[in-house]
Design a protein around this ligand. Structure first.
Ligand SMILES: [Zn+2]
Length: 363
């Protein structure tokens, strides 16, 4: 169902769906078989598949993907970040490629579909276009991103956001990212050449399972992604006064953890008080000195806010900040917000693509 939609989307976008090709449909059995075949790479005795990036299973599965791409007539290459690229020529010489695909590496217990559906569906789209002799205006490019699960490595490299510092990050295979890139056939010294300029692609599409389980709850087959949310992180530092729990009366305490507890509740309430799908989370909290018989003098908590709109993130933050001031006054605890480097701007899906998908799924 989902793959079928994807196929139509590509056809619509390329504007080449001739009358006689009106209903090319994906071969569901073939697609399913490929997804299951892919799950064999890294299959353990307990029936689970383990295929962390850079593992032998990852490398073997990538070879298998390359082989299929070649059989489908794609021009296959591995870029310097280890992304697998398969190009199908378009009719128009100067048209930019329409790129689509996903990833084939997996987190432990990630299931057979995360990334695999989008990758195998991309191959299926190419195969159906081939079978129906459909030539597209734009070149089509299948991309299987490298090491998606260990820090969106391949896509970060392509967008110019993979720093050299990241090369030192070691994953569960024992290889660091730099070694991993080399293992996948990339080259860390030339990583910058992977960067694609803005607008280098006509479009990028990824078919992906929905991980928030909202579609399942609403019994829907497909959703149209509105965009990728932006996020901001802060450390929130509560400074009170550490004192003996036994001898300090309740009315003269400066309990940093008590203030933080109120803060956690308020983050939830304030975030909920806005209309929309924004989320606000306190996911980590550390109290000092951390003894049962000492009033906590210092607490560091995390704050994360996500939304599709930077303005909403700002508004939610301001409201949380105002609440924190109230807590501070009431509890005689100083509260300081330290913005962290971890931020990402929202990226919205192009409305024209959303419309295409909507048109297809309603048919
Ligand atoms: Zn994924």
């Amino acid at each position: 169902m989902r793959a079928l939609s994807a196929l139509f989307i590509f056809c619509c976008l390329t504007g080449n769906l001739q009358a006689q090709h009106k209903n090319p449909s994906v071969n569901q059995e073939r697609l399913e078989k490929r997804i299951m075949d892919l799950a064999q790479f890294g299959l353990q005795e307990n029936g689970e598949t383990e295929r962390v990036a850079f593992s032998d299973a990852d490398i073997a599965s990538r070879k298998w993907v390359v082989k299929i791409m070649e059989e489908l007539g794609l021009t296959v290459s591995i870029d310097y970040a280890g992304n697998i690229l398969g190009l199908r020529k378009g009719k128009e010489k100067d048209a930019k490629p329409i790129s689509f695909g996903s990833h084939t590496d997996r987190v432990p217990n990630g299931g057979n579909y995360d990334g695999c559906v989008g990758s195998m569906a991309a191959l299926e789209v190419i195969e159906v276009l081939n079978e129906n002799n459909i030539k597209t205006k734009h070149p089509l490019e299948v991309i299987v991103f490298s090491n998606e699960e260990g820090g969106v490595m391949g896509s970060r490299a392509m967008s110019g956001h993979l720093s050299k510092k990241a090369f030192q990050v070691v994953n569960s295979t024992g290889y660091d990212m730099g070694e991993g890139i080399m293992r996948l056939g990339g080259d860390t010294s030339r990583i910058k050449q992977v960067i694609r300029k803005k607008n280098a692609m006509a479009a990028f599409l990824e078919l992906h399972i929905e991980q928030g389980a909202i579609l399942e709850k609403e019994n829907r087959d497909i959703g149209i992604v509105e965009g990728i949310v932006g996020l901001k992180w802060w450390d929130v530092v509560f400074t009170g006064f550490a004192n003996h729990a036994g001898t300090t009366p309740m009315d003269s305490r400066q309990d940093a953890l008590l203030a933080a507890a109120k803060f956690v509740v308020d983050v939830n309430e304030v975030t909920n008080s806005f209309e929309g799908a924004q989320v606000g989370t306190v996911g980590r909290i550390r109290a000092e000195p951390g003894a049962p018989n000492v009033i906590p003098g210092k607490v560091v908590a995390s704050l994360e806010i996500r939304d599709l709109s930077s303005a909403i993130i700002e508004q939610v933050f301001n409201a949380i900040h105002a609440k924190a001031q109230e807590i501070s006054t009431q509890s005689n605890v100083n509260i300081e917000f330290i913005p962290l480097d971890t931020t990402a701007d929202p990226a919205l899906t192009d409305p024209s693509i959303q419309k295409e998908i909507e048109g297809v799924v309603q048919n």
